[in-house]
Design a protein around this ligand. Sequence first.
Ligand code: EAX
Length: 340
Amino acid sequence: MKKSRLFLLVAIVLVSALALTACGGGSNTDSGENGDQPKTTVLKAGHTLAPDHPYNDGMLKFAELVEQKTNGQIKIDVYPAAQLGSEREAIEGVQMGTIDITLVSTAPLAGFSDAFLALDLPFIFKDRTHAYKVLDGEIGQDMLSKLDGTGLIGINFWENGFRNLTNGERPVVVPEDAKGLKVRTMENQIHMDSFRAIGADPTPMAFGELFTALQQKTVDGQENPLPIIWTSKFFEVQEHLALTGHFYAAVPLLINEKLFNSFSPEVQQAILEAAEEARDFERNIIKEMDESLLGDLKEAGMQVTEPDKAVWEEAMKSVYDKYESKIGTDLIQKIKQAAN
Ligand code: EAX
């Protein structure tokens, strides 16, 4: 989160939360032994990925830092592997307060807010540096602020990464090779239209159902970054990997708005600072895995192709025409210009 938004957010709560004397909200709140100790609040945080995916490392780091920075006032229990529901269910849960925190790709958020649509356009980001410049800068912070009032606070963006196409049928190099493939996508119209543009048959599905669908060949393929292909063991049920890098999946860290606003200004600042450190920690692990996993995936039997990304970008670009008016030409231009 940009420092200016961080301090603006904290400044606003300083004024509005002066009357608050202690943490509120969350679950399993208990006071100290003799009652005059600050209460300990235990929060529930969920995500959909495997315990050995960087989402989990990042969430555990976040929990450790929040506990440290609040002197034990806030503890966070982390639930991986969709134990608290799919990403759509987790977003609803955080909105309602049945879940306190979640980490989701922007794609399923399209069902709740248009704020992030631009981020799911094919080839919108040139590389990580470009993505971080946009996400951690004014554009990304403005997108997150559009969640305010929806029951969600978007704290900052973590990373899922550049998504690659896998399938169980045939090698894919040029877009035509994917024609007719039944490809599982996230529940996002831009993702689905991007695969329709190349003649594939997109099937939206919650992540938790995907491994079985691939195993049972209900779908031919899927698309995800290498760390997910590895930690969710998709190499066991997908022979072909095409390094298309067609979408970049940014990952907002979401917290229940009422809960966050119930905390003292000091606790809020501690949470915001911990989220910044945990984000950088998580992004670094994703980057390291992205750079090291290709050999492991080949060793695990995947046949890897390296398509010409410019050809895929050209083949998917019609989705820009379809969504430009909804997203805003200026915003798309601003994002693309940030690459320079
Ligand atoms: O956000 O659904 C997906 O393919 C996502 O990459 C996953 O849920 C992590």
